[in-house]
Design a binder for this molecule. Structure first.
Ligand code: FAD
Length: 415
């Protein structure tokens, strides 16, 4: 089979790239070794984070780092044995998180985030997936006045600099919004602009169906089988040999499967995360996507139940699951909300694909004229799928991307 483009990886990023290319008239084959959206994109917290203009930096406060080093927290956990391997990534991540650099990165990152909800909105309409979306922002609940006031000040900065809307909630207002939440909280903050997704996997599948309705084809195969031809690329798949002029690598945390063989180095790391679903106890309801801000875990009222998601685990991507954060979080979550029984046989785990400078890689490969990259979306892959697909497709077609893509170029790691 011949196509214009092969997209490797059918997570939310690969599906979004494929659909944006197909919408622009390209013939596209989308390839994955599993079903679409079954890896990292399957189990996230479901937020389209329009407020997320400042990427999550590596802590700079030595006191906080010392507390993290005890390795007993909910929001972060690490595997000691993985440290020698991941230390170079962590060192660069720390370097890029220093205040002046972090501020510059945020300025480059914010334009992508600005298009997150609007670009999803277009695909949600075309995919007729509106029933999966809740347009009601999300909430932070605070145990201390100090954290609440810090975050209020941060929200005011985002309102001033980026036009992000928020609502400050008193203890009473939080209790009204969430009548079954415990009284451990002194107040809350509602980010008004984000949307949330009742089942992230179903949204990826809705975008996949849109892609197929536009003539695109999904096939199963191993991206490691990719090779160059005199005119482009070829790959053996379960549907036979596919040849195409161009290839897009959208393999999320596995992007090195292809990039390393082709001579590129990205110093990527992963932040692994877990989820588990719970039934609410009889007669109770969680109304909002909500973070227990000082503890660092999330509760999301999804289709499959209340999804508890965890923060960052620094570990080897392929190491066995170690869901200690999930169990710690569950113990605390049960004290703030009447969670019922676990609904999954075992915790789900995904690996957020992270670059050390907190921005994704989007654009052409420096030394191959028909090889394109779209990976490294860390905490915001769901948020940024459609806009990533749009600007990559525009660049591939020789158009001016809706957001200038120079800040996301692969050259920053491969000069
Ligand atoms: C707990 C948690 C909560 C999160 N919450 C949010 C949130 O609320 N909002 C948000 O925006 N983001 C969130 N994220 C981040 C988001 O889920 C990721 O950024 C996103 O899913 C990355 O998508 P991707 O398509 O790059 O990667 P993936 O979804 O991992 O897709 C990569 C694909 O490549 C395929 N693949 C790998 N190797 C091969 C191979 N050799 N051959 C063929 N195919 C291969 C895989 O099967 C997979 O389908 C969260 C992540 C976690 C873990």
């Amino acid at each position: 089979m011949a196509a214009d483009v092969i997209v490797l990886g059918a997570g939310i990023i690969g599906v979004s790239v494929a659909v944006q290319l197909a919408r622009r008239g390209k013939s596209v084959v989308l390839l994955d070794r599993r079903g679409p959206g079954e890896e990292t994109s399957f189990g996230n917290a479901g937020l389209i984070q329009r407020e997320g203009v400042v990427p999550y930096g590596f802590p700079q406060d030595l006191g906080l780092l010392a507390r993290y080093s005890l390795n007993n927290r909910i929001d972060a956990h690490y595997h000691m044995a993985a440290m020698p391997k991941i230390a170079p990534f962590l060192a660069r991540y720390w370097y890029h998180s220093q205040p002046a650099r972090h501020a510059a990165i945020s300025r480059s990152y914010a334009p992508l985030i600005e298009h997150s909800v609007t670009e999803h909105s277009i695909l949600i309409d075309e995919a007729k997936a509106g029933d999966l979306i809740v347009k009601n922002g999300w909430m932070e609940a605070y145990r201390t006045e100090a954290k609440r006031d810090d975050d209020f000040a941060f929200a005011e900065r985002l309102a001033r600099d980026h036009g992000i809307s928020h609502t400050k909630l008193t203890q009473q207002e939080l209790a009204q919004a969430e009548p079954h939440l415990s009284h451990d909280f002194v107040g809350g903050l509602k980010w008004d602009d984000p949307w949330s997704v009742l089942d992230p996997h179903s949204l990826t599948m809705a975008y996949l169906r849109l892609f197929e309705s536009l003539g695109g084809t999904f096939v199963k195969g191993d991206a490691a089988a990719l090779s160059q031809t005199p005119t482009g690329w070829k790959i053996q798949t379960e549907n036979g040999l596919i040849e195409a002029e161009s290839v897009v690598v959208a393999l999320g945390p596995w992007s090195d499967t292809v990039t390393t063989r082709l001579g590129y180095r990205f110093l990527m790391g992963v932040k692994r995360g877990y989820h588990m679903h719970y039934a609410p106890q009889d007669g109770t309801k969680l109304n909002n996507w909500l973070i227990d801000a000082e503890r660092g875990y999330f509760l999301a009222p999804m289709k499959k139940g209340i999804r508890l998601t965890t923060g960052a685990e620094f570990a080897d991507r392929d190491a066995p699951k170690s869901p200690v954060q999930l169990y710690r979080a569950e113990r605390v979550a049960r004290t703030i909300f009447p969670l019922g029984g676990r609904l999954d046989a075992e915790p789900w785990m995904g690996a957020r694909p992270c670059t050390p400078d907190m921005m994704p890689v989007i654009g052409i490969a420096p030394r191959h004229k028909s090889l394109w990259f779209a990976f490294g979306h860390a905490h915001h892959g769901l948020t940024l799928g459609p806009i990533t697909g749009r600007i990559l497709a525009e660049a591939m077609l020789g158009e001016t991307p809706a957001v200038p893509i120079a800040p996301y170029a692969a050259e920053r790691f491969n000069p």
